[in-house]
Write a protein that binds this ligand. Sequence first.
Ligand SMILES: Nc1nc2c(c(=O)[nH]1)N[C@H]1C(S)=C(S)[C@@H](COP(=O)(O)O)O[C@H]1N2
Ligand SMILES: [Mo]
Length: 406
Amino acid sequence: MKRRKFIRNTFLGTAASLIGADIVFSSSMPKNYTPIGLKDPDPYTLFNKDKDMTVLNDKPWNIEAKAHLLDDKITPNKYMFIRNNGNIPQNIDVAHWKLIIDGESVSTPKTYTLQALKSKFKNHTYQLTLECGGNGRSEFNPPAKGNQWTVGAVSCAVWTGVRLKDVLEDVGIKDDAVYIGYHAADTHLSGDPEKEPISRGVPIEKALQEETLLAFKMNGRDIPLAHGYPLRLVAGGWPASASGKWIHRISVRDKVHDGTKMKAPAYRVPCKPVAPGEKVKDADMCIIESMPVKSLITYPRSGAMISQGEKLHIRGHAWAGELEVQAMAYSIDFGATWHTCRIEKPINRLAWQHFNASIAFPKKGYYEVWARATDVDGVSQPMLVPGWNPKGYLNNACHRIAVKVK
Ligand SMILES: Nc1nc2c(c(=O)[nH]1)N[C@H]1C(S)=C(S)[C@@H](COP(=O)(O)O)O[C@H]1N2
Ligand SMILES: [Mo]
């Protein structure tokens, strides 16, 4: 067989297997033509996501869950939101993947292969809550630009990796270390190879916490490509933008990291509350650190119907950034009175907690069930949208579901 014909046949074979059917008139297909069925694989197939997930943007891919899809105690890949700032890296060469640790606060930079990272350092597994700083943005008024996340940009998967702390100790960091900044393999939407889509980080204290991982497994398997394969920083309880995907370099800085999207107004909120719509100077915007207390009713889904005399069993999760959730309450009278839910302890620090309650309704009609978490500092979720801010971050309003009693 001639080489060109061989290549064409191989292409047709691959195309057919990706499409999942023979291309019947392939011999009439123009040369160098890409069948439509190949061009735009749907995101559900591409990322192994459930068909009920909501696609908010396709350039770059941003996909969120609906509340009832997050019912599992451990979020499976199919219900995990995707938040990308750039293009997902392609053709990852795992065998040659390296992590460099450098920066002003490192005397001698050090490079590790993936294999070296995995074998040299003790492996640890934690369930960690990752919530996008912009989760809930769609409720702000005046609206903020950006992905209009509703409630589904949160996940709590099981992450396995090595402690960033152990790696930094192996490299040796200077006393003047203030921050770490990550650099990753995704590419800028403009196509400019000089530009990074995002390069954020955390203060050195957060970097040195036991639960801050350089992870290579999610839910016991290789991390799915969209979630950072083959290596991801996971800093649970902080805006998920701090948890860099596709990491190949971490710089230990002697000042606050100044990478892309570290500077105001990205991932920052006004240091002091402002009126809705107010302009805020960059100098008055502060970096978001620990995420605020929040919860989600994951069962039943909004619009549930029950019969009079029947009890409604609700359940969901609650989390509070670096803190534990101390109490969980529900209301069926628009927040006039509150009743206690059962709440479990977290499986480990920075993992969400599970709550449930059995609710009796006084008579037939329409109700809303509102859920409200309180953290160990005594701070509760606001009933409705909290402090407006220019970029629409940190909406931790009570989650609500509608219920009809027939
Ligand atoms: N390299 C890289 N890391 C990244 C991002 C990105 O665009 N590129 N997005 C960040 C943001 S804003 C969020 S909310 C989380 C989303 O993680 P997920 O897509 O695995 O759910 O990844 C963070 N890490
Ligand atoms: Mo995010």
